[in-house]
Design a protein around this ligand. Structure first.
Ligand code: ZN
Length: 394
């Protein structure tokens, strides 16, 4: 209903705009039949809209446009409104009808083509959208329209997972001007690197990852993939070096580094190096996963009491559900602790709660889940999903 109200308001605005324009242009000569024709069409259209008959409303507006094409911008807005209501097919009809008007100047025609390509994108008719956008980028004289067309084409190539083509469109102008575009481009390079890894070409993958880091030095994923390459090759020292760069790029990503870091140190049988590394990571921002790994390392070295004391001290300083869960683990290991069954029962409840908690959240749109997505499935922004580091999860 709110949408219809918006549409209705828009149509009233068109009618008033037309009527005022008419008054200014023809102050003396009055031809009542001609003057009344357009508002009547608009109000008929408005009536159809209010009666939820959008197709008949569109027909009426299209007829009205044949008399006067001064209202192109408002008709573009009407099309955009239909598109935002998920009715891109109706928007296509409005925009195609506009394009057929010989009265459009070059810039208006470019604008309508841009809108039409947005309609096709929403309808999933990607080949037609691509053709229109390529043509616009080539022919338009307007820089703003060219930039918008490039952004839409990048969006289209992202959907088709055509990473190299997205890079070709965005480079160099969009990448120079827009930080979001640079961040996205680094991820496209990571996608290309992953394809090379799948076809067993690690040297080409490395090349793309280095390029990704030049494009966006904060690209965590590039170092994450470089670390994977080193691990696959058995270069654990190199893997550790790369992994330790990730918290320097973004402290929030520390939790994803911990497990591979521990595994690499264990492969090297370097328990001391592991503990030192974990303590360094835990210093600037406490992470319960790091605390747990430090305690586990102490236990492996036979210091059970020291591990418990350390974990208690850390959980007291930074209470968290996962920390309490781990303390219970430690108490359960010690058969001399009283109320053993009760602790086990409590821990069951906490574990169930922890298992149901999301681990990652998008900083842009709030989407959360158990998996790390480099490309947010909801808002489609790159690198915005990060590990959750709050009282419950971490
Ligand atoms: Zn998001």
């Amino acid at each position: 209903m709110l949408d219809f109200l918006l549409l209705a308001l828009l149509v009233v605005a068109i009618a008033i705009g037309w009527w005022l324009g008419r008054l200014q242009r023809v102050p003396l000569v009055r031809n009542s039949q001609q003057q009344n024709m357009l508002p009547r069409d608009y109000f008929t259209g408005l009536n159809y809209l209010l009666n939820e008959q959008p197709d008949r409303a569109i027909e009426t507006f299209i007829q009205a446009l044949e008399v006067n094409s001064d209202t192109v911008d408002t008709h573009i807005a009407l099309g955009a409104l239909f598109r935002s209501r998920g009715e891109a097919d109706r928007a296509v009809r409005i925009h195609q009808n506009l394009l057929a008007r010989p009265a459009l100047n070059a810039m208006q025609s470019d604008q309508v083509q841009l809108e039409l390509s947005r309609d096709f994108l929403q309808l999933g008719v990607l080949d037609r959208a691509e053709r229109l956008l390529q043509q616009l980028i080539r022919d338009t004289q307007d820089n703003d329209i060219r930039r918008s067309a490039k952004r839409l084409l990048v969006d289209l190539f992202e959907r088709e997972r055509e990473w190299q083509q997205a890079l070709d469109v965005a480079s160099p102008q969009l990448m120079r001007q827009e930080e979001d575009m640079r961040r996205a481009a680094a991820h496209w390079l990571c996608e290309l690197a992953q394809q090379h890894l799948e076809s067993a070409s690690p040297s080409l993958a490395r090349k793309h990852l280095r390029q990704a880091l030049t494009t966006d030095p904060a690209c965590v994923r590039a170092n994450w993939l470089l670390a994977n390459i080193e691990r696959e090759a058995g270069n654990y020292k190199a893997e550790i070096r790369v992994l330790r760069r990730i918290p320097e790029q973004s402290q929030g990503f520390t939790p994803i580094v911990l497990k591979p870091l521990r595994d690499a140190y264990l492969k090297l049988e370097d328990e001391e190096g592991l503990e030192q590394s974990l303590r360094l990571l835990n210093e600037p921002m406490p992470h319960i996963s790091a605390v747990i790994m430090i305690a586990q390392s102490m236990i492996r070295r036979g210091d059970h009491a020291g591990a418990t004391a350390f974990a208690v001290e850390q959980v007291n300083a930074n209470p968290s559900l996962r920390g309490i869960d781990y303390l219970m683990d430690l108490y359960l290991l010690d058969r001399s602790v009283p109320q053993h069954e009760n602790i086990a029962l409590l821990q069951q409840h906490i574990s169930k709660r922890l298992d149901a908690l999301p681990r990652f959240r998008c900083q842009r749109c709030g989407f959360s889940g158990m998996q790390l997505h480099w490309h947010c499935p909801r808002c489609r922004s790159w690198g915005s999903v990060k590990p959750i580091n709050d009282l419950e999860s971490e």
